[in-house]
Every structure is written in structure tokens, then in C-alpha cells.
Design a protein around this ligand. Structure first.
Ligand SMILES: [Zn+2]
Length: 96
């Protein structure tokens, strides 16, 4: 990082990741000017996000597998829409 005040090369003096982002702090050896830069998401934050995505993906896969017919696995016979409708309307009829 170049010092904004005198143009000298600055030294990295600190690195913070507690906010979930890498914040690098620099100090100029020549004039003492300090500055910092945001170096993007911290590694642990990236890993955390990746795990969350893995879980979401796994859930999506599980849902897709549940919905898709599996070769060699017998599927339960689907109820025709009419019988479902009859069961629903019977519930309403019984309440009256
Ligand atoms: Zn400087």
C-alpha cells in the first residue's frame, strides 16, 4: 500500500478479521501516516458461507430426490386429484 501523504511504501502493521472481513492496517515508516484497507471477506467467513450454501444445496438435492422417481425403488401410488378433493370437501361437509 502506498502512503497517501508522502507516496512511500507502507508496512502492514495489523490485520483484523473480527468483523468477518479482513481489515489490513498499514503504517508509513517515512511520515507515520496510518491507513487501512478492506481486503474482502475473512477466510472463516468464506468457509461459514460455504457451509451454509452446502446445507442449502443438500436440502435442495434431498427435496429433488424425494420428488423424482428413483430407479429400482417402488413409488407409492399417487392419489388421483379427485379423491384428494373429495377428502377435503368431506372435511368441510363434516364440520357443518
Ligand atoms: Zn508517508
Amino acid at each position: 500500500m502506498i502512503c497517501a501523504k508522502c507516496g512511500a511504501q507502507m508496512d502492514q502493521v495489523d490485520k483484523n478479521t473480527f468483523t468477518g472481513r479482513v481489515i489490513r492496517e498499514y503504517a508509513c515508516r517515512k511520515c507515520g501516516h496510518t491507513d487501512w484497507e478492506d481486503d474482502g471477506a475473512a477466510l472463516w467467513q468464506v468457509l461459514h458461507d460455504a457451509r451454509a450454501e452446502d446445507k442449502a444445496e443438500a436440502a435442495a438435492h434431498a427435496a429433488a430426490n424425494a420428488a423424482a422417481p428413483q430407479p429400482g425403488v417402488s413409488q407409492p401410488v399417487l392419489q388421483p386429484p379427485a379423491s384428494l378433493w373429495q377428502r377435503l370437501t368431506r372435511l368441510f361437509r363434516e364440520k357443518k
